[in-house]
Design a protein around this ligand. Sequence first.
Ligand SMILES: [Zn+2]
Length: 120
Amino acid sequence: MAAKSGVALVADPSPEAAGKKKKYYRKNVEFFKLLEKIKLWPSRSGMLHGIKSIKITGDIAEVVTHCDEKFIVWNSRTSRAARWLRNKWCVCACKKCKIPAWKLEKYTSTMMTQKWGSNL
Ligand SMILES: [Zn+2]
């Protein structure tokens, strides 16, 4: 019952949160949901990291990468990371995170673009 503390995974929102401010929650959740789904995080340097865990609280999320970096992400569809993920501006994958090839492939093929993938 992780949903009780208010720290809930997107996949399992508490009934109160969903009912009380559903619209707000849903709107906020999109970017995080994307992160949770693809489990990839683009760093400032253009490196893709694998997400080990993501803990969402309201409109912030605590992300831990496989290379043990921990940081707070503010939910924003217009944030750098959101744009990077959508546009696939990431140049390489973090070696420490050991992102499996299939995951990268899935990422490149799922999301629309010509930019990434063509140069691989
Ligand atoms: Zn990494």
